[in-house]
Write a protein that binds this ligand. Structure first.
Ligand SMILES: NC(=O)c1ccc[n+]([C@@H]2O[C@H](COP(=O)([O-])OP(=O)(O)OC[C@H]3O[C@@H](n4cnc5c(N)ncnc54)[C@H](OP(=O)(O)O)[C@@H]3O)[C@@H](O)[C@H]2O)c1
Length: 271
């Protein structure tokens, strides 16, 4: 198996954004493959629940309740993982913040929050783990990007910009480290049924046409099974098959719906 450390032991993993959705599914999958996994997120109860499900299946999990947007938190997460489980050999960044709005409607604090969580946090985590991976001659950095990081979707605002930039960050990490045995990949999903995305039923799309978090965990597991000589990506898009479940279009419809609801609420309040 390619996702192994030098001595053949599975790599220690750190999953940022592991309390729900894609990150939780990826964390469970990595643990099932034998990795000891640090689970990072802000919601302690949810993290503990994910950790319990991993332990119940015989795996090793370390829940770390941290706000990664806070100064020093990414470095703390890496240090706490290394102290408890060993050096991080597999970093997955799935933490995400989203606030859809056209550029002229975007508040500065929302812009900064999205850039911080979606771009700066992956940068800071990668900066912490890369020196060790380079030294050991193996490692993985998997960033969860987005289809709207590759497409110009009106209203994707700071979210789309941050995802576009994280795709480039991953490409840089890939080029700078490929000769040191470190592979970097962005897995960029389209619409996945999670708390972060619009509910399919709200936009008239059958639930089964939208991706499941397990589909993204499958993709990550598939990547990790490639032989060491093989690099895939560095950008892999995973989209629903049906065009009516395409993320860009859904995002625009979701935004228009939220605007209409907002306008309705404002009219109601003014009455
Ligand atoms: N769902 C989709 O359609 C879709 C499509 C394309 C890309 N993505 C990307 O997939 C990734 C995962 O999202 P998801 O869909 O699985 O939604 P989700 O269930 O809401 O997951 C987001 C995760 O990010 C964590 N997070 C957010 N801010 C954080 C912070 N400041 N510090 C630490 N953790 C933080 C959340 O944990 P806490 O709340 O506990 O902190 C949660 O675990 C995101 O990067 C998202 O942009 C999703």
């Amino acid at each position: 198996m390619s996702a192994e450390g030098g001595a053949g032991a599975p790599l220690v993993a750190l999953v940022a954004g592991a309390s729900s959705g894609i990150g939780a599914a990826v964390a469970r999958r990595l643990a099932a493959r034998g990795s000891a996994v640090a689970l990072v997120g802000r919601r302690e109860a949810e993290l503990k629940e994910v950790a319990e499900s991993i332990r119940a299946a015989g795996g090793t999990a370390l829940p770390l309740a941290l706000d990664l947007a806070e100064e020093g938190a990414p470095a703390d997460a890496v240090a706490m993982t290394a102290a408890a489980l060993g050096p991080v050999g597999l970093l997955v960044c799935s933490a995400g913040a989203i606030r859809l709005a056209a550029v002229h409607e975007t508040e500065e604090r929302h812009w900064e929050r999205q850039l911080r969580v979606n771009l700066t946090v992956p940068f800071l985590l990668a900066r912490e783990v890369l020196p060790g991976m380079r030294e050991r001659g193996c490692g993985w950095v998997v960033n969860i990007g987005s289809g709207v990081g590759s497409e110009v979707v009106p209203g994707s605002g700071g979210y789309g910009v941050s995802k576009h930039a994280v795709h480039r960050l991953t490409e840089l990490i890939h080029e700078e480290n490929r000769d040191r045995g470190v592979r970097a990949v962005t897995v960029a999903p389209g619409w996945v049924s999670t708390r972060l995305a619009a509910r399919p039923a709200d936009l008239g799309v059958p639930e089964e046409e939208v991706l499941d978090a397990e589909d993204i965990a499958d993709t990550v597991a598939w990547l990790l099974d490639r032989p060491a000589r093989m690099s895939v990506g560095p950008l892999i898009r995973v989209e629903p098959t049906a065009s009516r479940a395409a993320a860009g279009d859904a995002m625009t419809r979701h935004l228009n719906r939220s605007r209409a609801e907002g306008a309705g609420r404002a009219a109601e309040e003014n009455r």
